[in-house]
Design a binder for this molecule. Sequence first.
Ligand SMILES: [Zn+2]
Length: 270
Amino acid sequence: MMRPQVRPWRGVAEGAGFFFMHRSSHDYHYLTQRWRALARGAGLRLVLIATVDGFPVYCLKSPALGHGGGLYLSAGIHGDESASTEGLLAWAQRSQAQLRHLPVLVFPCLNPWGLVMNRRSDAGGNDVNRLFHSDQHPTVAAVRETAGPHTFDSAMLLHEDYDAQGVYLYELSKRASVGESILSAAGAVLPKDPRPRVDGRRARDGILRPRLSLSRFAEIGHPEALWLHLRGCARSITFETPSEASLEKRVEAHAVAVARMVELLPWSVS
Ligand SMILES: [Zn+2]
């Protein structure tokens, strides 16, 4: 089939038949185009924070984000979890009018190479979500520098899981739990994961509140959620959708989960 001339990194995704069905959710150029249009409409700017594995990595920072109490959102750190990037965008599109007024820092896609290649890792085979304990990885270094001047009350990190049987989340909280409320919102789109154990940890109604073992994380490396928790973020939610469900529902579940998180923020005005 004849294809239009596009940037080479876009062609990678398009050239592989495997991606064809959900081509647009793995099309980083298209994702970026939509974020840029959204940012323009909201009076914001998509800012380049790094170029990694040949791809630009961006953030969106609201002028309302000060030095306390912000919301941190990220998606696509695992590239084979494309409902996370689409869901974050869907939430942002619906919230366009409020974005300037929300103290929010958004990372639309932290592993563009992985998204295009439909891989969990980056081009070097690294799980970027195990590298937040240092500045060695360029994406992590850029994220840490961008987030540096700000403190966050809440964070939501969007993921997907091939083994999941429904939506579930990990909650690291120094305050009253918000997990139930987020899952009940997302549970209207996809069922909650009924498993009593997830990833070797005890789960209750789709909620995992892992006990932090820093010695274990010293071995496996720090995930983004732990880094945020350790730098004082009062609530850090890692939200997961089941990769085997339809893309449309997974995207909606992410969008609804983020929307509920925003409603629950201490400074939220509805
Ligand atoms: Zn993931």
